[in-house]
Ligand binder design. Structure first.
Ligand code: ADP
Ligand code: MG
Length: 292
């Protein structure tokens, strides 16, 4: 299967949120990375067919999704960024309700719900009220909801928001279990979420797709540019003015920093193997991950 975006553009009152994106997605996991306001949610809403592009189109195997209509909706599972839950529903009741909206019959829905609760590790919470679940459990329930119709295209908008590090690891494992032959597009600003599982990384900035490449390829491009620098603390303003600074630590009169620089930076500098989180630094100049 092939999902094609052609010149996909979306404006809100004349302001561009998604700017002329053309690309092709095939089965595998894609990580959509970009700072707040980059256009991730807008792009995903168009892919989920809840928002129309202002210009351009989306097609599955060459057929426009507007023409596919209901047949397209049968193909997709979508976890919105703000998934409003019915807090007085139980997990099970919520899934039954969503299943009926997706047109599953009661028998197949009940079987599917048990399978899914198991794969997102919520069997024990099956009859718990959603209002009583933790943030991580709600997110996992949202993922289960997106999988009800066994979608061939899975769109997850910040599925790991609010998950603690342990839950994030579990989510990553879950995702590699369920990805299979699906096209999975997930947005995050925590780049380690997609480590080991993403076939390609899509970098979005100001609505534009600035990069779509395998993680290894992007890392390769950063090779020779990532440094560990030890320098007198007084040099910091100069360093910060000229280079991109990651993890910064003060040690008395000295600083140690991860620095991204095309040429050898001043101070005591040694080359480092690039890591995925350096991609964020390199392309967006700051790291929400190190703040988190
Ligand atoms: N419903 C809307 N009305 C007006 N502007 C919007 C709306 N949704 C998003 N935007 C704007 O579009 C841009 C992209 O937003 P969004 O797609 O939510 O980005 P992201 O998910 O990457 O944070 C932002 O500038 C945002 O303010
Ligand atoms: Mg968003």
């Amino acid at each position: 299967m092939k999902l094609t975006l052609e010149n996909v553009t979306r404006t809100y009152k004349g302001r561009i949120a998604v700017d002329d994106i053309t690309c092709e997605l095939t089965p595998g996991v894609y990580g959509l990375i970009g700072p707040n306001g980059a256009g991730k949610t807008t792009l995903m809403r168009m892919l989920a067919d809840v928002l129309k592009p202002s210009r351009g189109g989306i097609a599955v195997n060459g057929e426009d999704i507007r023409r596919l209509d209901d047949r397209y909706r049968d193909l997709i599972g979508y976890l919105p960024q703000d998934c409003g839950f019915y807090s007085y529903f139980t997990a099970c009741r919520f899934l039954q309700y969503m299943a009926s909206l997706k047109g599953l019959n009661k028998r197949e829905a009940d079987i599917r719900i048990d399978e899914l609760l198991q794969s997102v590790h919520l069997q024990e919470q099956k009859h718990h009220k959603i209002g009583k679940l933790s943030g991580g459990m709600k997110r996992r329930l949202g993922i289960a909801q997106a999988l009800l119709n066994n979608p061939k295209i899975l769109i997850l908008d910040e599925p790991t928001a609010g998950l603690d590090p342990k839950e994030r690891v579990r989510f990553r494992n879950l995702l590699s279990d369920i990805s299979g032959e699906r096209i999975v597009l997930l947005s995050t600003h925590i780049i380690s979420d997609i480590e080991y599982i993403a076939k390609e990384v899509l970098l979005l900035r100001n609505g534009r797709l600035v990069k779509k490449e395998a993680p290894e390829t992007i890392l390769q491009e950063l090779s020779g540019k990532v440094w560990h620098v030890t320098a007198p603390a007084s040099e910091l303003p100069v360093l910060a003015g000229r280079y991109i600074i990651g993890n910064l630590q003060r040690r008395g009169q000295e600083i140690e920093a991860r620095v991204i620089a095309e040429q050898t930076p001043p101070g005591l500098a040694s080359l480092q193997p690039p890591r995925l989180e350096d991609i964020y630094l390199y392309y967006f100049g700051d790291s929400p991950e190190s703040e988190a």
